[in-house]
Every structure is written in C-alpha cells, then in structure tokens.
Ligand binder design. Sequence first.
Ligand code: HEC
Ligand code: HEC
Length: 426
Amino acid sequence: MVISPDMVRLYDALKQKGIGVSDYGLLNKRWGLNLKDKQIKGFFSIPYKKMQMGVLGCVACHSAKAAGQYIVGLGNKNIDVGMIGKDAYLAQFLWGMLPRKNPEFKKIHKNAVKFTSVLKDKNINNLTQGLVPTSLVKTWFYEIQGKKIPKNFGRGQVKVPHLWGYGEKRKSGSFWDGFADGRLPGWAVAVELRGGQSVENIRKMLDKIHHAEDLLSDLLPPKYPFKIDYTLAIKGRKLFNKTCYKCHGTYEKDIYDLPIYKTVKFIPLKVVKTDEERLNFVTEDFLRLIQTNPLNDILTYVSRPNRRGYVAPRLEGIWSRFPYLHNASVPTLYDLLSSSKDRPIVFDLYKSGQRNRFDEKKGGLLVNRDINSSSYKRLLKNAKKGKRFIYYTGRVGHGNFGHEYSFYSKLNHEDRIALIEYLKTL
Ligand code: HEC
Ligand code: HEC
C-alpha cells in the first residue's frame, strides 16, 4: 500500500519532533500500528523518481505484540484499516490540492486516493480494531473487470492469521476458510493489487514473491515467555489427544526441538458452528470473477463440494494469538473451552499486546468481568455506541458462539486448566 507521494515527509518531520510516535501515541492508538523504537513497524520511506514514497508493508498487519513481546508472524491485534482509510483519505484530499505538475505524481496520487476511498467505505470496512475486511480484496476482482460492486457486498471481517507453519498450511488452502489456492504465489500479494499494484508488475515480480513466501514459511512460533507447569501440561496433553487432535492434529518436535508443521483440516460450518459472516464473502458471482481475472493462472480457488466452513488451524504459538477464533471474538483459551453463553460479550482492546493485559491463568487477554462495576457499564455503553477499540459481540460478524467441544466433552475446571497448560507448550 502506497500513500500519496511525498506525504511521508510530514511523518518524517513529526517523527523528528517526537509527535505521535510514542507508544500509544496517535498512530498506535487510533490506527493500531505497531511501534518499536519510535518507528512504525512495516512503514517505509522510499525514494522513487525524485519523490519520497510512504509504503505500508506486510508486517504492519503480520506482526504484533503479545504479553509485551514483539513477534513477527503474529497477526496485529489492533490494526484498523477502516480508520486508516478514513484519515488518510482526508489527508490525501488536502495534500492533492497543492498545485503540482508532475504527471507521475498525479498517477500515484490518484491510485492512493482510490485505495483509501475503498478502505473507508462504510458498507465494506471493519467495525472493530484488529479485524480486517476481506471484502477489500474482493473489490479488486470487480473493478479490474469493470463490474459494479453489488449492494450488500459484505465485510468478511477476520483477524490477521499467524504465519508460522504456512509452508504446510498453504497446501490445503490459504485463509481462514482454506478457500484460496495457496500453492501459487498470487493471494499473498492480493492486498498489493488492491493497493494499486499493476497486473504487469506482479507478473514481473513472481519469482521474488515465490521466494518471499518460502521465507515466510520458515517463521518459528514464539515460545511461551512465562513459567509452565509440565506435570499439569502432561495431563493436558492426554486430554488434548482425546478431545481435540482429530481436528487440530498432533504436535511433535524434531531433534532440534523445532515444531514439525502439518497441513490443516477443513471443518464444515454445521460442525464448528462459529460466526458465518466471513463465509458469505465467497459468492457464486465472486467465484466466476476469479475464473476470469487477468491473473487467473495464479489467483485461483480450491474446489470443494461444500465451502461453508473453517479450517481448524494449527495451534503452534496459540498462547499469543488471542483473542481467539477467526473473528477474534473470544478473549481467552479458558473462555473458548467454556460454554459460549459464559463467554464475555464485551472487552476492551486498548494496549492488548502489553504485559499487563496478559492473563496467564485463563490464557489470553485480561478483561474486565465484573459486570456490576461502573467501568464495565461504561465499556458496554461505549461499545453500543460503536467505539472501534472495544470488541462487542453484538456487532455483525462478531458472534462468539460455536466451537464448544470442551464443554460438550464435559471437561471440568481442572481439565480446562490442564489443557491450557499443554497449549502453552506448543
Ligand atoms: C491490511 C492488513 C494486511 C496486510 C498489509 C497484509 N496482510 Fe496478509 N492477511 C491479512 C488477513 C486479514 C488475512 C486473512 C484473510 C482471510 O483469511 O480471509 C491474511 C492472510 C495472509 C496469508 C494466508 C495465511 C493463512 O493462514 O492462510 C498470507 C500468506 C499472507 N497474508 C501474506 C501476506 C503478505 C506476503 C503481505 C505483504 C505483501 C500481506 N499478507 C499483507 C491481512 C494483511
Ligand atoms: C470438530 C473439529 C474441532 C474440534 C474437535 C476442536 N476444534 Fe478447535 N477449532 C476448530 C475449527 C474449525 C476452528 C476455527 C473456527 C473459527 O475460527 O471460526 C478452531 C479453532 C480453535 C482455536 C482458535 C484458533 C485461533 O487462531 O484463534 C483454538 C485455541 C482451538 N480451536 C482449540 C481447541 C481445543 C483445545 C480443542 C479440544 C478441547 C478443540 N479446539 C477441538 C475445530 C475443532
């Protein structure tokens, strides 16, 4: 994603003065961008044809903090592309009013404005931080083939998935629903196409993209940073191998103590019963447009008799991947192992990657559960107003139901605690 040429100079100037780039300064709090050493992670300032280009790269979404530790390959828990789009659209509009003659500027500027106008679209964008609307990419397939974006296009909101183990995962299909053919180097750069990258450029860069994806495939999961009770974890492993492995697989390590990654299994919606909004993203229309898109040799989908369902993800580094499920609707592992009616319906995402937001006991995001406290009531009130830094399960696509396997298997409190201890070792 490229912003309007030379606009990055404003950021460089602010950065020099130390404005907005502190931890939880504007860029971090409002847009959810990762900051490290007073720099936005994944944002680059690159000279191009006598202009300075601001480029937002993959790690803006594909890296994050958990329990205070910065981890590459973990999905950003706070990224808010809808808000970035809204602010950047306005800023670029003003920026474009300055008189300029350079035709190259005009071309890139126009593309950048177009991209942000899609990002900020109220009918398509995400409703909450940490969720990315997959429909953003879908719009490219319509536009490139001169088709109008239909009404009720949908959002297809998902949390950004982890990337470790992707080398094996891609064989059974990319994305949360395993819909995209991940063996080909196309879908990983779909965001770039949407951001204005041309079909010709993508073709020229195919070898590089292939190479980059191979590098991604070698990322390692983060080790659990706190103490683990291994006696309890062994009990947990037994429970896991009885209740969970059929869908999530087993977890062996090689002689160097590195994880042995495996492919993942597709589970129909009627079995997992989690929120289905993301699945509405794949329509008959869309499938047809994929078949005829100008990159249809590398942007293709996996044939499946029934597409409505999610893959059961591998669980390496799962301690860091909260909030859980494809729509980030469940704050802790303990809640995921409980009945869905006992799961929190509202929680604050502010500073979600900090040490003091990590709940070691329940495994995941520490949330306010005191429904009688005034802070909880305030949270719920703000959630109902639509505040984007609060997760509220009442919003469309934010349902926290389904996946009640531990509950159905009648695992008691002690069993759940043991299971969580085992999950920390993965
Ligand atoms: C705006 C945030 C964002 C940016 C920027 C972004 N991604 Fe993603 N990425 C996502 C989301 C969200 C998904 C999951 C989509 C889904 O499942 O519906 C995803 C999925 C993926 C997957 C598939 C993972 C899986 O488990 O199947 C790969 C590989 C990937 N991205 C690579 C990249 C690369 C390489 C780049 C840079 C060129 C990039 N992404 C840039 C948000 C982003
Ligand atoms: C019938 C298959 C099935 C069984 C049994 C099952 N799961 Fe899952 N699991 C899934 C699917 C499918 C998803 C993804 C659902 C979604 O994101 O909507 C998932 C998601 C998860 C996640 C969240 C992953 C993430 O990145 O957010 C965790 C954690 C998890 N399962 C743990 C377990 C544990 C522990 C057990 C055993 C008590 C278990 N599962 C049993 C199919 C299963």
